[in-house]
Design a protein around this ligand. Structure first.
Ligand code: GDD
Ligand code: MN
Length: 396
């Protein structure tokens, strides 16, 4: 069987989970992935309804991609047999990899559409909502999300315990990754559309069920639109969610947390800051003992020399990759000036904190100073990261 025959299966992409740009301008507008595991009883109805809907809206400009993980109930085979009837249908059967999130990405890798999407294959996601999501994309959204937690959204007959678990998982996510989960009202949703260009040139590395979190965390997404939907009851088959998915969800959040925090830069910033202490002391010693300058002047001058030392350490090493892109002495002096101002604000904060901790909270003097140093290091790091070197992307 060759690939061009209508009944053939899609080849399964392998290697890293990266989505490529479209080589030529494709006329395909939407590629919608339906991940399946034991959905033989649902897949036919799902394909029928979605095809009808999309034939009316995007005739011949959409594709439905079933990605099945070699289901024991042969979902892939049932889907494959539908291809002659639905020319926009593609089917992938994975035998080596498993799991919902990677299934979606493998499907997107094989997709040729400009907009990529995902919907459950068990009809728990109402198909009509897809048209609203599509409208949001047409209006310019980078990501259009079906949410249970905005107007028009909800769940049908969920037990208290399931609601509790779902909301609890969301709360935990908000604590671990506020910058990601805080952007979406329903981070658990597996029903959304995203522009291909927002998820290219990044390596995705999801775990478990929640592909949306991965996309929002690592993708280049500005505009997010949400549409309410009511999560339907299952008609046939059963949910694959077990306690394992909750553990994987937690692992996924933590993995993202550590890859999004600029830990390497922070470490280098700390090393440079530490070197500054010795520069400060050495210059202070020189000015006092050899030149005989007054105490305050010596302290100010030596602190400034340390600041300059730290600036160059950070400019060449901690943020070397960035400063190499912003060459020229003018830009460098601007960074030095900002660095100086931020360190000065840090010093002010330091003095205020020591006073507050000592006078108001009754801390021991040295403990107060230690806490202040830690807080100011974070302060200086963060503001220099964002203002002096302007590290804006999250992948650092
Ligand atoms: N290929 C593949 N591999 N598909 C899978 C796998 C897998 O390992 N596990 C599940 N699926 C498919 C299912 O067949 C179904 O089409 C879809 O992924 C969702 O799985 P369900 O097991 O039906 O999940 P659910 O209904 O309990 O959970 C849903 O919860 C969210 C709301 O909190 C998620 O699937 C979300 O999409 C949904 O919005
Ligand atoms: Mn389901």
């Amino acid at each position: 069987m060759t690939f061009n025959q209508p009944h053939s299966l899609l080849p399964v992409p392998s290697g890293i989970l990266e989505i490529s740009e479209l080589a030529v301008t494709s006329k395909m507008r939407l590629s919608l992935v339906l991940p399946t595991y034991n959905e033989a009883k649902n897949i036919k109805a799902a394909i029928a309804i979605l095809s009808q809907l999309l034939d009316a809206t995007l005739p011949e400009a959409y594709e439905l991609i079933v990605v099945d993980d070699n289901s024991p109930d042969k979902t892939w085979k049932v889907a494959q047999e539908l291809i002659p009837q639905y020319p926009q249908l593609r089917v992938m059967r994975r035998t080596k990899e498993r799991g919902l999130s990677t299934a979606v990405i493998r499907g997107w890798q094989a997709a040729t559409g400009e907009i990529l999407g995902v919907i459950d294959a068990d009809l728990q996601h109402p198909p009509q909502v897809l048209l609203k999501l599509w409208q949001e994309i047409e209006s310019g959204a980078d990501l259009a999300l079906a949410s249970r937690h905005v107007e028009g959204g909800g769940v049908s007959e969920w037990s208290f315990i399931r609601r509790f678990l779902s909301r609890g998982a969301q709360m935990v996510g908000l604590i671990i990754l506020p910058g990601v989960l805080g952007r979406i009202s329903d981070p658990m949703s597996g029903y959304f559309l995203v522009r291909r260009r927002c998820v290219t040139q990044i390596t995705l590395n999801p775990l478990g069920y929640k592909i949306l979190i991965e996309v929002v965390a690592r993708g280049k997404i500005r505009w997010i639109a949400e549409t309410g939907y009511v999560f339907q009851e299952r008609h046939a088959g059963e949910s694959k969610v077990t306690w394992k998915q909750y553990v994987e969800y937690l692992q996924h959040l933590l993995r993202l947390r550590f890859s999004l925090w600029p830990l390497r830069r922070f470490f280098r910033f700390g090393v440079v800051g530490f070197s500054g202490v010795f520069v400060d002391l050495a210059v202070f010693f020189l000015l006092r003992e050899l030149i005989g300058l007054g105490l305050t002047r010596s302290a100010i001058l030596s602190a400034e020399v340390a600041i300059i030392n730290n600036f160059f350490g950070n400019d060449l090493w901690t943020f070397g990759d960035i400063s190499r892109q912003q060459r020229g002495w003018q830009k460098r002096s601007k960074r030095l000036l900002k660095f100086n101002l931020i360190c000065l604000s840090g010093l002010t904060l330091n003095v205020l904190l020591v006073n507050l901790l000592f006078n108001v909270f009754g801390f021991n003097e040295y403990l107060a100073k230690l806490v202040a140093i830690a807080a100011v290091t974070l302060w200086n790091f963060w503001f220099n990261l964002k203002l002096s070197w302007r590290v804006t992307d999250s992948g650092m």
